[in-house]
Design a binder for this molecule. Structure first.
Ligand code: SPV
Ligand code: MG
Length: 279
């Protein structure tokens, strides 16, 4: 039996943050863990993009589950799976929670956006589901889990609703059994989440995804004493896009692959990522 702190214990440490990086496959998850990230976010945006489809419900929950499960099998770090709006009502969410827990996934994240799900960072209006309806999904997941953590994600600020509405929803989801509240924002500066954090008066830890408000530092999050986890949700994907574009263009421009050898990873590094066991 391991003495290592569980994700639940890590989330509730007052003096540290659990830092997660987004991934869409085992390779990205292993690179994140090797760099020092303590967990992996199985991002719907990353997985959808890697399949070349919109981050909506073009992929089935079983496809998203298969990717998260493969990462969990192959990486020792805990996996937090992006389960979007839960893929259905409370009866479906119950089955989904059992399936994720059964695959060794540490936590699922359910968001209160309206169906069909739509990526938060896509320009345009966002809508939310009724609070009571979503709270039932959180309660359904919490009622069947053993060790699985249930993260409830509040989309109110993304949808342009008030801080008061966002707080009320977060309170409802804590009452329904959420282990942490993901307060999402797509504001270009951190003021919106800082205001939410300042008003937060529960012990339940908060989770941030600072993609658009990227000036916010880990030290600032820690100083609030209320943020237990930060998710850098899509930086691996975007770095891969930038790196692949650069290598492909350089080869064609130069008429040889000689020049790219000085900066791309060598094959030993690729072979080192092929371990069939958790690494
Ligand atoms: C994801 O990474 O798929 C997320 C975070 O859900 S966001 O893209 O900001 O919606
Ligand atoms: Mg997502």
């Amino acid at each position: 039996v391991s003495n290592a702190p569980t994700l639940h214990e890590k989330l509730n440490r007052p003096s540290q943050l659990v830092k997660l990086a987004g991934a869409h496959d085992v390779m990205g998850a292993r690179l994140a863990a090797a760099a020092g990230f303590e967990g992996v976010w199985a991002s719907s945006l990353e997985i959808a993009t890697s399949h070349g489809v919109p981050d909506s419900n073009l992929l089935t929950w079983r496809q998203l589950h298969a990717v998260a499960a493969e990462i969990a099998r192959s990486v020792a770090a805990p996996v937090v799976a992006d389960c979007q709006t839960g893929f259905g009502g409370p009866e479906i969410v119950r089955e989904v929670a059992l399936a994720y827990e059964g695959a060794g996934i540490a936590a699922i994240c359910l968001e209160d956006g309206a169906d069909p799900p739509r990526n938060s960072l896509l320009p345009g209006q966002q809508a939310v589901a009724p609070c009571g309806e979503f709270a039932k999904k959180v309660a359904a997941a919490a009622s069947v889990r053993k060790r699985l953590l249930v993260l409830a994600r509040v989309q109110s600020l993304v949808a342009g609703h008030s801080q008061q509405v966002a707080q009320a929803r977060a309170h409802a989801y804590v009452a329904a059994g959420a282990d942490a509240i993901v307060i999402h924002s797509r504001s270009p500066d951190p003021d919106q989440v800082i205001e939410f954090i300042a008003a937060w008066d529960r012990d339940t830890p908060l989770v941030l995804i600072p993609t658009t408000y990227h000036s916010l530092t880990v030290a600032q999050m820690l100083a609030t004493g209320k943020v237990g986890m930060v998710i850098y949700a899509n930086h691996g994907l975007r770095a891969a896009i930038a790196g692949m574009k650069r290598v492909f263009c350089q080869i064609l421009d130069e008429g040889t692959s000689h020049g790219v050898e000085s900066w791309i990873a060598g094959l030993p590094e690729a072979f080192a990522l092929q371990s069939p066991r958790p690494a």
